[in-house]
Structure formats: structure tokens, C-alpha cells
Design a protein around this ligand. Structure first.
Ligand code: GDP
Length: 297
């Protein structure tokens, strides 16, 4: 999975730290230089790496660490804690409306990021939690996307609302909400249209949906394989339409994983879930502490 190479490099750095017993300030600096290289090679954002190493260094060359019984272990512990902090510390849940009130989620993202798949994955998760989801096909440009949502919805045993390709996404969202009210769906998930690149038309379409219905949470889906582009995409979406959280897909793949480590620090938006495969069950809630442990191996 992602991070394999980062894990291996960090483990090598830590092995040599552990074997040293007493550490000098130079030892710590040399080790952190290698940590810095490893993070950059994992495609973590340059500024994020710089701040990260600075924080760790300030803490690690402190008196308590250097004079402690096992300074190597202390440095590793600090790296672990700072990694957790980098990814947002706490697990962030998608905020649902209280009681039986309908929650509307709008899924956004570029074409191919995994939006339609993730929409169906999320519906399955919430169905298991007792919700009655309605998936809404607002991607009116690609008939294949509507079909894909219908197939995935069926697999999940979740209803899919579609009006074909002839209507405006904002009108479809409005009609879907009426449908949800009548049919007691309490979670409406709008699958919107992506584009190959960020463009004004896509943003104004999302804005129109937001004006037509009350969207409670806007969730951006980004592809980990695109590395720092995913971070830039998250920044742009957040600036233009405001996002409440990010789902990072394809972390199961051969990606270097830097996007997952940079998104929160660069954009301020928390990661909610990570996609770990193509199957509809391959969606994991994001726990910064577990991810840090996974990275450190
Ligand atoms: P959309 O254009 O954003 O709606 O993207 P799709 O949902 O159609 O997904 C694009 C491709 O990525 C499909 O082949 C999906 O099976 C695949 N995909 C989505 N999420 C994941 C994931 O977490 N891991 C892997 N390996 N593939 C994924």
C-alpha cells in the first residue's frame, strides 16, 4: 500500500538512532535530515515538511530528551506525535442532522478521482448505521456515470434518484429532496459532475446546487495517486465553494501517499475517510493516530 517506501526509510533512520544510546545534537540533526528527505520523496508538501522537521527538532533537542535514558526512543515518539498532529489529531465525522431530519451531502471532485464509487461506498456505510440513503445522479454529462451510480446503488441496496441528462443538476437536486421527503430517506447524497481540470463551469454548477437546496456538508473526493495535485485541488475547491472534509481515494495503490499527509496542514480541511480499494466495502474511516502508526511501521 501507500507509504511502504516512506515506512522503510523512516525505519532505517530510527534503527540507527536506537543503536546510539546517547545522542548529540548533531545526531538528531542528521537523523532529521534523513526524515526530511524521506518525507519529500513521499511527495509531502515542501512547506509542510519544513515546518514538521522544525517542530520535531525543537522538541527533540530539548534537555529532557537529550538527557533522558533512551533519547532515540524519545525522538521516535516525537515524530509519531507530530505526524498525528499533522493529519489533524482527531477523527472527524461527517456531521448529520439530528433526529429524523434529512442530511444533504454534496460530493465533489475531478473526473476519475473516485467520486461515484465513493458515493456508493458511503451510502453503504450509512445504511449499516441505520440511515435510509438516497443517491442522486447529478452528473448529467456522462450517461455512463448515471449508469455506474445505478449499478453501485443496486449492489448496496440503496435507492438511486435520476432524471437522465436533460435537466440541470440544481433542479435534479431539488426534485430529489422532494422525493426524499415523500419516501422517508434521511440521507441524500448528491453525486455531482467532475471535470478533467478545475474550471469555472464546474464551480458555478456546484454553487447553483448549493443555492437550490440546503447542503449540510460538501465532501471533496481526491485521488492520492495525483500527489500534490490533490492538495492543490483541495485548496481550490475550498476557496471556491467551501468544503467540509476530504476523502482520499486509492491509498491502496502504489502511491507515495504525500497527499494524505499534506491536505489538512495545507488546506485546513480534515480527511474523513480513505479509499482502500475498488470494492464497495473498501472505505475506511480516517484515524490520524492509526495512520501515523501505519506509516511508522
Ligand atoms: P469519478 O469519475 O470521480 O466518479 O470516479 P469513479 O468512481 O468512476 O472511479 C474511477 C476509478 O477509480 C474506477 O475504476 C474505480 O474503481 C477506481 N477507484 C475508486 N476508488 C478507489 C480506491 O480507493 N482504490 C482503488 N484502487 N481504485 C479506486
Amino acid at each position: 500500500m501507500a507509504f511502504d517506501s516512506l515506512t522503510e526509510k523512516l525505519q532505517n533512520v530510527f534503527k540507527s538512532l536506537r543503536s546510539k544510546g546517547r545522542l548529540t545534537e548533531e545526531d538528531v540533526k542528521a537523523a532529521l535530515k534523513e526524515v526530511r528527505m524521506a518525507l519529500l520523496e513521499a511527495d509531502v508538501n515542501f512547506k509542510v515538511v519544513k515546518n514538521f522537521v522544525k517542530e520535531v527538532q525543537e522538541r527533540a533537542v530539548g534537555q529532557d530528551v537529550m538527557n533522558g535514558l533512551n533519547p532515540g526512543q524519545m525522538v521516535i515518539k516525537i515524530v509519531n506525535e507530530e505526524l498525528v498532529k499533522l493529519m489533524g489529531s482527531e477523527t472527524t465525522e461527517i456531521r448529520l442532522q439530528p433526529g429524523s431530519a434529512i442530511t444533504v451531502l454534496m460530493m465533489a471532485g475531478l473526473q476519475g478521482a473516485g467520486k461515484t464509487t465513493t458515493t456508493a461506498k458511503l451510502a453503504g456505510k450509512y445504511k449499516l448505521k441505520g440511515k435510509n440513503p438516497l443517491l442522486v445522479a447529478c452528473d448529467v454529462y456522462r450517461p455512463a456515470a448515471i449508469k455506474q451510480l445505478q449499478i453501485n446503488g443496486e449492489k448496496q441496496g440503496v435507492e438511486v434518484f435520476s432524471m437522465g441528462e436533460k435537466n440541470r443538476p440544481a433542479d435534479i437536486a431539488k426534485a430529489a429532496l422532494e422525493h426524499a421527503k415523500k419516501n422517508h430517506n434521511n440521507l441524500v447524497i448528491l453525486d455531482t459532475a467532475g471535470r478533467l481540470h478545475i474550471d469555472e463551469e464546474m464551480m458555478s454548477e456546484l454553487q447553483e446546487i448549493k443555492e437550490a437546496v440546503e447542503v449540510h456538508q460538501t465532501i471533496l473526493v481526491v485521488d492520492a495517486m495525483t500527489g500534490q495535485d490533490a492538495v492543490n485541488v483541495a485548496g481550490s475547491f475550498n476557496e471556491k465553494i467551501g468544503i467540509d472534509g476530504v476523502i482520499v481515494t486509492k491509498l491502496d495503490g502504489d502511491t507515495r501517499g504525500g497527499a494524505a499527509l499534506s491536505i489538512k496542514a495545507v488546506t485546513g480541511c480534515p480527511i474523513l475517510y480513505v479509499g482502500m480499494g475498488e470494492k464497495l466495502s473498501d472505505l475506511e474511516q480516517f484515524y490520524p493516530d492509526r495512520m501515523a502508526s501505519r506509516i511508522l511501521g
